[in-house]
Write a protein that binds this ligand. Structure first.
Ligand code: ZN
Length: 138
């Protein structure tokens, strides 16, 4: 069995940002040489997410607005911020959007359904944050 590990680092310009990382994940699959297997992609931080959805800018704005309604930034609102942080909202947003995705690899390619793309969701950015890609298979 082959095994391949790679990390990507993102330092977003804004505090919250959604980034399509599908091409980076495809590149890692190519580098791994795996033709049949599984590809795990996860955020290595507890205030950012990896998820699969549509490459459609209107939807990205919908996600960000919906997350802000669910867990507004409002530093006074959360017990976690009594630790001196102001990122409780980002922990909650990450929990809703998920930590990781697993994608099947078939014939050396990501075996997506129609319209599926991989995204990195940053909710407490403007500092370097890492995403882990782990690929196993033959
Ligand atoms: Zn925190």
């Amino acid at each position: 069995m082959k095994s391949y590990r790679k990390t990507l680092t993102f330092t977003t310009r804004r505090k919250m940002e959604l980034i399509d990382i599908t091409e980076e994940v495809e590149k890692a699959v190519e580098e791994s040489g795996v033709k049949e297997g599984l590809c795990l992609v996860n955020s290595m931080h507890i205030t950012s997410s990896v998820f699969i959805n549509d490459h459609e800018p209107g939807l990205w704005e919908d996600f960000l607005r919906w997350l802000e309604e669910l867990a507004p930034y409002d530093p006074e609102r959360y017990k976690h911020n009594l630790t001196g942080e102001d990122n409780a909202h980002a922990h909650l947003k990450r929990q809703v959007m998920g930590r990781e995705v697993v994608i099947a690899i078939t014939n050396g390619r990501l075996d997506f359904g129609p319209w599926e793309r991989v995204f990195y969701g940053e909710f407490d950015g403007q500092r370097p944050k890492r995403v882990l890609i782990k690929i196993i298979g033959e």
